[in-house]
Design a binder for this molecule. Structure first.
Ligand code: HEM
Length: 139
């Protein structure tokens, strides 16, 4: 049973990350268009992608917490504390993206494409950290 839950945890984590990697990339291109049909098309793509990645995030949490209830000893491990800290930060980043999507939709984004290129790198760091913590368990 635990292995099934873990498999779904990883599947939904990949779904979440696909969106976390692609959404800021869409925003890089969105900064380069003015008002009009192209802008509207970007807004639709961003909204739909955000809905799918939010589902991925929720289910990653659900399956992760489900495993924690079966493995309570993990809650006293340093690697798990560090992983949860990274995941909470990532969840904050996810919500922060939503606030920016609203600004894009309202035409009030002030950030440049360079900013969004850098924002695109943040989930990469979390991915490296969380996967290394949970598999290598360095502390
Ligand atoms: C959302 C909150 C999360 C919780 C509560 C959580 C919790 C857990 C737990 C309890 C396990 C089982 C560890 C074991 O087998 O002993 C696990 C496995 C795993 N988690 Fe998460 N996790 C979360 C998010 C993430 C994220 C964001 C990633 C990737 C960046 C991730 C990657 C993994 C991987 C790759 C495994 C399998 C490790 C193995 O081979 O045993 N998790 N997670």
């Amino acid at each position: 049973m635990l292995l099934w839950i873990k498999a779904f945890h990883v599947i939904f984590m990949v779904t979440w990350f696909a969106g976390l990697f692609y959404l800021p990339r869409l925003l890089v291109y969105h900064t380069q268009v003015g008002p009009g049909a192209e802008h509207d098309r970007f807004c639709v793509m961003e909204r739909k992608l955000y809905a799918i990645m939010t589902l991925g995030m929720i289910l990653t949490w659900v399956f992760g917490i489900w495993m924690l209830t079966m493995l309570p000893g993990h809650m006293s491990q340093g690697w798990m504390h560090a992983k949860l800290a990274l995941v909470v930060t990532l969840t904050g980043y996810h919500g922060w993206l939503k606030a920016h999507l609203r600004r894009f939709a309202a035409g009030t984004n002030t950030r440049s494409h360079v900013f969004w290129r850098w924002a695109n790198e943040a989930p990469v760091l979390v991915l490296f950290g969380a996967v290394i913590l949970v598999i290598v368990r360095p502390f």
